[in-house]
Design a protein around this ligand. Sequence first.
Ligand SMILES: Cc1ncc(COP(=O)(O)O)c(C=O)c1O
Length: 475
Amino acid sequence: MALKHPRTAGDGSRDLEVNPVFSREPLTIPRYALPAGELDPGTAYQVVHDELMLDGNARLNLATFVSTWAEPEAVRLMAECAEKNMIDKDEYPRTAELEMRCVHMLARLWHAEDPRRTVGCSTTGSSEAAMLGGLALKRRWQARRRAAGEPADRPNLVMGVNVQICWEKFANYFEVEPRYVPMEGDRYHLGAREAVELCDENTIGVVAVLGSTFDGSYEPVAEIASALDDLEQNTGLDVPIHVDGASGAMVAPFLDPGLHWDFRLPRVASINTSGHKYGLVMPGVGWALWRDEDALPDDLVFHVNYLGGDMPTFALNFSRPGAQVVAQYYNFLRLGFDGYRRVQQTCRDVATRLASEIGRLGPFETLTDGSDIPVFAFRVREDVRNFTVFDVSAALRESGWLVPAYTFPENRTDLAVLRVVVRNGFGHDLADLFLDDLRRVLRRLGSQREPQRGADDATGFAHGAEPKKTRPGKT
Ligand SMILES: Cc1ncc(COP(=O)(O)O)c(C=O)c1O
């Protein structure tokens, strides 16, 4: 945690050393205390720059879903907009307009019945968008229950145990009981029947994930919707769906146009995505969209002054950079539908080829093949007893590759996997280099007598694919 340091100033920690080339400056500066005086900007820049060189190489980071590269023109626009605050709609009306255009484009991409009635906003990422989506579900359910004279104090949300940690946060922060459907056998994500079994009159909604963080698989949104239709017919319970399309909502429209997962399904009330994942913007932007005004209760919306008029906003933060929203609009203009399709298809091609090559190496078994979102998980075969996925992850790190290893949640805690996320910029050439390194690592690990690392050595960079703190099922 960033707030804690193993050693603090005054108890023997070493100061930061400044290269003696900058001899006009002090040669040391405190590490954890605000320096008493000023530094020349060039020196301050160099000190910070040099330290950051020790960060991992973003291009070799196969753990993150978040964009690690942008075109120079996008970077230039971001720098031009660095000082613009997204909330100041009155001062920056054009930025506000570009945000609205992005919302409209997404509404059409996700087949909103009447895109002019679709409401939406940018956020800092999918986590904030998930909080907003969850809050809208909770408010709608409360309003319905109160109107019917029913108690509205025990809301629950049904989802697969594989949901990203943001949904666990939502449940915790906004006091909603999380009802996790556990994994079972080869089912590593939410099943339709299992979701419906956990629903009752206190269920505010079901979260369906398009592109599970654990293995990249799409959850069967249409099947879940149809099972919930049956539930409504049989019991009168009307349970809406929120689709967490953090990754998949920017992949499926381009590569799987026939897949019904979006507003084409009347039960889908809202959708979120991360602009900074397969939306191809660098970190700091997500999107949340609601089918229509009815899906977003008005009492959650705040009204700010916009050109003397009224601008509705729904956000957890107040101030937020406008640069990422501008970069999103740039990407939409620059790539268009066809450009996005080519980028995502290339990622899928690289992912499926890499998954299949890894499957052929011998000691591994793939759980997914990268053909949903371009992400796949693989395990060490059961008959391999002298090394673990945790050994493989640690060994790959020696060559700079960041490949997370983690254990699956209930009821497959016996299963430990490695996961590869293929993003724009990780092409066939890098995939080949990765395979070379993996083969090299295997030669060494194959000759070790016994595993060196276990689940306690799980990498800290699984991007929210961690075991849940809360137990699944009804509480
Ligand atoms: C399915 C899913 N939902 C939500 C998130 C959180 O997204 P963000 O990092 O944009 O907050 C992630 C991140 O990996 C994810 O995979």
